[in-house]
Ligand binder design. Structure first.
Ligand code: ADP
Ligand code: MG
Length: 312
């Protein structure tokens, strides 16, 4: 496995006796898009602010591309871009001027600076509105500009704090595409949300946090498995749904059956081979089974099961 791009060890944060983070440990690898999921107040923003060197930890350490947030925060800032959940805007700046301001802050000069600004404008698709004032932008456009600013120094690691909040579906889809493109370019992406489904289709990994503690960190598929003891199948039959239901309930590993018109939802507590034997038994019995398919347990269920819906 590659060297981690981000390593978080024993991260704790105390706000006047309240422990917002109670010892987080995790790693992020290059190309990984990791969803940072947890209810409001779980500690997502606090953890990200510490990773971005805006806040100091009470204990523990974070390394970004090998640089410690405590020892070399300046190096961390060059390796990482942080898009906060709220960002101010400057009344009289155009999009271009805004990007220029940040490029100067990273000490880009002359041609290099122009080139970075153009690269970002191209990536974010801000070309047609480059001379517009920031105050005249829609929420989606303003957010793209903020994303552009976060990318101005071409960081290897990107942190997005609740980027999808308040966006319309179209802007959200565009944001997704941009995140996927960053990942395709080998960036490490860490993106928080309190709504899991918002991220499920773009994440390779998921980190689930609750009350300052990590409940799970791993590949998306493992999160689903960890949360689900059962595999759920959907079955369609041409007739006799009631009889099929009764038959199913007498079979091994069938935990629960729900019916609706011509369909049955089966919670099955064994592997696929056993399920194929169940299907064979149904056919032997003469039931008119026309369709059987695995229902991917969605990530939202995994999240709810792991956090038990707890908020503060
Ligand atoms: N500056 C602060 N002072 C005191 N408490 C804070 C501060 N920042 C965050 N908290 C508390 O820490 C907890 C975690 O907050 P936060 O990291 O913002 O959670 P999330 O981003 O997951 O919603 C919350 O209970 C919040 O009230
Ligand atoms: Mg937050």
């Amino acid at each position: 496995m590659s060297e981690p791009m981000v390593r978080v060890e024993g991260l704790r944060k105390d706000f006047n006796g309240f422990w917002a983070l109670k010892g987080l440990d995790f790693e992020l690898h290059p190309g990984e898009v990791c969803g940072f999921i947890g209810p409001n107040g779980a500690g997502k923003t606090t953890a990200m602010r510490i990773m971005a060197t805006i806040e100091l930890p009470s204990a523990g350490e974070v390394w970004v591309n090998g640089h410690s947030v405590l020892q070399h925060p300046d190096k961390v800032r060059h390796a990482l871009g942080f898009m906060p959940d709220q960002y101010g805007h400057y009344e009289n700046l155009t999009c271009e001027e805004y990007l220029d301001f940040y490029a100067r802050a990273y000490r880009y000069k002359g041609g290099d600076r122009r080139q970075r600004i153009e690269a970002v404008i191209e990536f974010t698709g801000l070309g047609p509105i480059r001379t517009k004032l920031m105050t005249d932008l829609s929420k989606g456009m303003k957010q793209r500009l903020c994303l552009g600013r976060t990318l101005i120094h071409d960081p290897q690691v990107m942190l997005f704090d609740e980027p999808a909040a308040g966006l319309d579906p179209r802007a959200r889809a565009e944001l997704r595409d941009l995140i996927l493109e960053l990942s395709a370019r080998g960036k490490t992406v860490f993106v928080s949300s309190h709504i899991l489904t918002e991220l499920a289709d773009i994440c390779t990994h998921v980190a689930i946090i609750e009350k300052g503690e990590m409940k799970f960190k791993g590949p998306v598929g493992h999160a689903q498995k960890a949360a689900n003891r059962f595999t759920r199948y959907r079955l369609r039959v041409l007739e006799a749904v009631d009889k099929v239901e009764r038959f199913l309930l007498e079979q091994p590993f069938v935990e629960k059956v729900a019916t609706n018109a011509h369909e049955l939802l089966i919670d099955f507590a064994a592997d696929e081979r056993h399920f194929s034997q169940l299907l064979a038994a149904l056919i032997r019995e003469g039931f008119a089974v026309v369709e059987s398919r695995l229902v991917q347990s969605n990530l939202e269920e995994a999240f709810l099961a792991m956090t038990k819906g707890d908020t503060e």
